[in-house]
Design a protein. Sequence first.
Length: 324
Amino acid sequence: MSVLVVIECDNGEVKKSSLEVATYASQVAQQLGSTATAVAVGEATEDNLAKLGEQGISKVLYDAEPRLKDFVNGAYTKLIATAAEQEGAQVLVLANSNIGAAVGSRLSIRLKASLATNAVELPRTEGGQFVVKRGAFSGKALADVALTTDRKIIAVKKNSIEAQQEAGKTASVEKFSANLTDADFADAPKQVVMQEQAGGVLLPEAAKVVSGGRGMKGPENWNLIEDLAKALGAATACSKPVSDVDWRPHHEHVGQTGITISPNLYIACGISGAIQHLAGVNSSKVIVVINKDPEAPFFKAADYGIVGDVFDVLPKLTQAVKEL
Ligand code: FAD
């Protein structure tokens, strides 16, 4: 069974989540005694694509069509499906990102493949079936799903696997064309909104996030969140009520009805830790909670907790980070 992995690129760089799925795909290929090929989407450079050899990828297909720089569902789906057909891929791996979620379902229909989203570990064979463990119910439960079609698609949850780095190994980069036409770009968004945060870090991809809730009292105090975010090289986020009252833009709202993130570090400042908020952040690797109420529910989910007033703690924390 050959394996094809979808690599998302932005501004020439391979996204961190794609380094993770490249590693995942090459480990699946090893399990199956096969090799992993990649197809790149977005704006890439050949040098950066060649470096995917470090994650165990042998070959990368890249269509340099300029309109593929930004996400267009129809065009991306056709490109990936064409690569899958050409390579005879039986297993398709992608990141469980906004792009992965959007194209995953379309690819599933187009390729008549079963799809497991939110995969948290490598697949295994059980009773002759190909089984994938996936997060369910906003990450509160894990479910084993058997993918029974010949072709299988796995969308891997961010931060579920560490990107391996075998320095010096390179992948061959091959020009590839899916013969895309204007019709394939018909569903292109009219405007692409870059959701850039303080310090230029995009929230969905950020390794560190500093987030504020109603305990911040008002938008005039957000400089405290932004100062810490800048010192750490982090993105900023917020709870739903904060964006509901326009203290912060809606694209910063994390949780059940907002963005789901899995950074290495999530610092929650003046956020109570309601279940709907936790649903979007509880797979963060390390959670730090700053809250003046020692009974705040968020402390139960925290790795480190500071019981204190955000207006005292944040300036001191930012100063301490700057002095590191
Ligand atoms: P609060 O609950 O008011 O908490 C403020 C916290 O700040 C308190 O714990 C308080 O002790 C602390 N505090 C106050 N002053 C200070 C200070 N000076 N220093 C330190 N700490 C201080 N919420 C989300 O965030 N994301 C979602 O996606 C989401 N989806 C929802 C979907 C549904 C269907 C529903 C019903 C609700 C949803 N909610 C969501 C809302 C959620 O239930 C909570 O109401 C919300 O998360 C609370 O936001 P908060 O923690 O900022 O505010």
